[in-house]
Design a protein around this ligand. Structure first.
Ligand code: CA
Length: 227
């Protein structure tokens, strides 16, 4: 999942982002309210972790702005203020959950998972993707081919998820840079090809039915060879 963390305390932000990345999420960090609001309104996130007290724009203002514009992104408020009134305010403003600092990462993670499960249930979002004999469980972040689990690194997983969500379509390098690497420039490296070939070794290996195809001059495509 792609998660935005808006938090001005560097140590707390590092703690959260490091933890999220260890669990295979893509964490984007913003240290002030103005930038946080900009990112939250211009980019697509699966979840936002938002501190209450922020420089330039207050967390509650960001939350109210998002909800006022119909943005229903799952959102957890984070605060040193643990008073009942503050929690009530945060939840009334459209926050889905509230966690008080200091907290254990395991608690934050459990709340994130619970919230995503709830949100996905409501939105009837897909929680499982399939291509041929390969399946991806989006909540458990588990990939299996022919019933056998395949261990992937975070970036390989994101890359595969993107390809699977676009099954049967050509996915260009620019699309991958934008949506998997979140680069909005050309890094002038073969980073994508390196990752795709590593993913291929893990997914397709010596299989007679490779799922990932190279589309010459364009990019890549994942598809069921029998469909
Ligand atoms: Ca703060």
């Amino acid at each position: 999942m792609r998660i935005l963390v808006v938090e001005d305390e560097q140590e707390v932000a590092d703690y959260i982002c490091k933890g999220l990345r260890e669990y295979g999420h893509v964490a984007e960090h913003s240290a002030d309210g103005k930038e946080g609001l900009f990112l939250a309104t211009t980019e697509q996130f699966d979840l936002i972790i938002l501190d209450r007290m922020l420089p330039f724009v207050d967390g509650l203002v960001i939350l109210k702005t998002l909800r006022a514009t119909g943005n229903a992104v799952p959102l957890i408020l984070l605060s040193a203020l643990g008073e009942v009134d503050d929690r009530v305010q945060g939840l009334r403003a459209g926050g889905d959950d509230y966690i008080t600092k200091p907290f254990a990462f395991s608690e934050l993670l459990a709340r994130i998972e619970a919230l995503l499960r709830r949100h996905m249930g409501e939105a009837e979002t897909v929680t499982r993707l399939c291509v041929g004999d390969m399946e991806m469980d989006l909540l458990g972040r588990i990939v299996k081919r022919n019933g056998v689990r395949i261990a992937l690194q975070a970036r390989e997983y994101s890359l595969l998820e993107y390809l699977m969500r676009h099954k049967g379509q050509i996915v260009t390098r620019t699309m991958l840079l934008d949506n998997v690497w979140h680069y909005h420039f050309d890094p002038q490296t073969n980073v994508i090809d390196v990752h795709v070939s590593r993913l291929r070794r893990k997914i397709d290996g010596d299989s007679e039915n490779p799922l990932i195809k190279t589309v010459r001059g364009s990019g890549y495509m994942i598809d069921d060879p029998h469909s």
